[in-house]
Design a protein around this ligand. Sequence first.
Ligand code: S3P
Length: 169
Amino acid sequence: MIPHDRHLVLVGLMGVGKSTVGRVLGERLGRRVVDSDAVIEARTGRTVREIFEADGEDAFRILETEALLDALAEHEPTVIAAAGGVVLRPRNREALRDSGARVVWLAADPSVLVERVRSGGHRPALDDDPAGTLRRMHETREALYREVADLIVSVDGRSVGEVVEAILR
Ligand code: S3P
C-alpha cells in the first residue's frame, strides 16, 4: 500500500520505464508526476545533453539534487520519476530517507535494458558503448538503489500495467 500522504519515488537505471510507469501511477493515484530531468530542463531552458556537454556531469548533478530536494519538499504528495543517477550523491539518498517518501526501485537485467534505451536525447552517457555503460552503471549503483528502496520491483518480462499493479499491490 502506498500511504496517501507520502511521495512515491521511482528510481532505477535508464530505460527501466520510470517515466512511463510514473505517468500511469500518477493517473491511477490521481497525483501529479514530477520528472527530475524535465524539471531541470524547464528551469534552465537547456536540455540535459546541453548541460552535460557544456558544463559537465558534476554541474548536472548539482541541478539534479536541487530538483529532487524541491520535489521532496512539496507538500502535495506526488509521483517522482527520479533520473537514474539520483542515488549517486549521499545527500540525495539521505533526503530520500529523511523525507519519508516511499521509494520503488524498478530493477532490470542491464543486458535487457540495452534493447530498450536509445542514446541521443537526454542520455549522453550512452552515446558510446551503451551495453558496457549500462552494465557498469548497474554494478556501481545496484547497492545504492537497494539502500534507498522500500520496494524492489523487477521489470524484466513485465508490461507497464503489470509493473504498476505490482507497485500498488
Ligand atoms: C542519467 C539518467 C538520465 C539523465 C542523464 C543521466 C544517469 O535520466 O538524467 O542522462 O546517470 O543515469 P533517465 O534515468 O530518466 O534516463
